[in-house]
Design a protein around this ligand. Structure first.
Ligand code: TXA
Ligand code: MG
Length: 358
């Protein structure tokens, strides 16, 4: 299959380009498209054959359910058995936007889309390209992140092409996405909302609406092999760069000291060492490691004064280490603030929970 790449204006997508992409979806094909979180790999959510194609293109286990993307509130009703009070409050606060809600599904939604579950995940994205595509297709669009299973989610069309060239019909290239981390997932089927995956909409923001919010253990730490997380996707090893990533956590001076000594050891052994640093800390590593060998790949993920920049660049940085072929990676830790929970959730998974406290 030849994958066609079509550039679209990210703010005012050209109608004829959106139509071309929508036709593919209507005909049962697959189109990757930008959302405000990450690129999605879209197919008709009501067509079991399309979801089978999505699983095949991603190399994803078919028990890992897909998110149905809608453009209007009117599209929600037919997909779900009921709309609980908590969902109405959350939708009013954060839709369209980077939030996915889990509902009891209606009989309209095929089990192949929901990985066999009786529930369905629904999100109304705010990205103009995503919204235009869903509207033009006239059906809800099932879309997991448009990466091969086990790779970081794509935040640029070039990332999608890296993973999906020859596997899907089209990539709508709407430039870099804004947020860079996947949506917050909240289950509203129980007596209290449950946070299944942290995102741009933080735990604190949801707790401000629901003091009784529960947090699924799978979003917090490593899973035991026999555990059953509520979001099946959380049990798979995710977002993993090829090299072992180690997070160093603690007071900043001590963290930098530890990272420098680990990097020095690696470089001395002839290894290629990747370091994830910030604009603020870069001079420290440069000064200390300049004479330590030429295998150093020092990458700035963003600025401590702008956590959004760290979220935005994180997956691109992880992918760049795969391309550079580094042997080991060390990263500072980015806790705190609205985005700290989401950033650390992804970084820890990428590290396989390999964390050094100093
Ligand atoms: O930001 C996002 O959410 C992106 C963009 C494209 O919208 N999509 C995304 O999809 O991240 P994906 O498939 O990579 O992650 C969806 C997660 C998985 O962990 C899956 O297990 C969970 O949502 N999920 C989907 N349906 C579910 C359901 N019915 N119950 C519980 N978890 C569900
Ligand atoms: Mg994903």
């Amino acid at each position: 299959m030849k994958t066609r790449i079509l550039k679209v204006d990210e703010k005012e997508p050209q109608a004829e380009r959106i139509e071309a992409a929508a036709k593919i979806i209507k005909d049962g094909g697959l189109v990757a498209f930008p959302t405000e979180t990450v690129y999605g790999l879209g197919g008709n959510a009501l067509d079991p054959e399309a979801s089978r194609r999505i699983y095949a293109a991603k190399g994803r286990p078919s028990d890992n359910p897909l998110i149905a993307h809608i453009a209007d509130f009117a599209q929600l009703g037919p997909l779900v058995a009921e709309i609980p009070e908590a969902a109405q409050i959350l939708m009013k606060a954060y839709w369209p936007g980077p939030m996915t809600l889990i509902f009891q599904k209606s009989s309209l939604v095929p089990k192949s889309t929901t990985g066999g579950l009786a529930t369905v995940a629904v999100r109304m994205p705010s990205h103009p390209v995503a919204r235009a595509l869903i509207r033009a297709a006239g059906v809800p669009i099932a879309a997991p992140s448009a990466n091969l299973s086990g790779r970081p989610s794509p935040t640029r069309a070039a990332h999608v092409l890296e993973d999906m060239d020859g596997r899907i019909d089209m990539i709508l290239d709407g430039g870099e996405v804004g947020i860079g981390l996947e949506s917050t997932i909240i289950d509203v089927t129980g007596p209290e909302p449950a946070l299944l995956r942290p995102g741009y909409i933080s735990e604190d923001m949801i707790r401000a609406l629901f003091a009784g919010l529960t947090v699924d253990a799978a979003s917090l730490g490593p899973m035991s092999p026999d555990a059953h997380p509520k979001a099946p996707g959380m049990k798979y090893r995710h977002y993993a760069p090829k090299a072992q990533l180690t997070i160093v956590r603690g007071e900043m001076g001590a963290v930098q000291e530890k990272i420098c000594s680990l990097a020095e050891r690696g470089l001395k052994d002839g290894k290629k060492v990747g370091l994830i640093c910030t604009q603020e800390s870069r001079p420290v590593y440069e000064a200390r490691l300049s004479g330590a060998g030429d295998g150093l790949d020092l990458v700035i993920v963003g600025s401590r004064s702008d956590a959004a920049s760290i979220a935005h660049n994180l997956y691109d940085v992880l992918r760049s280490f795969d391309t550079a072929g580094v042997d080991e990676i060390y990263s500072e830790s980015f806790e705190g603030g609205q985005l700290g929970g989401a950033i650390m959730n992804r970084l820890k998974k990428a590290a396989g929970y390999h964390i050094l406290d100093v």
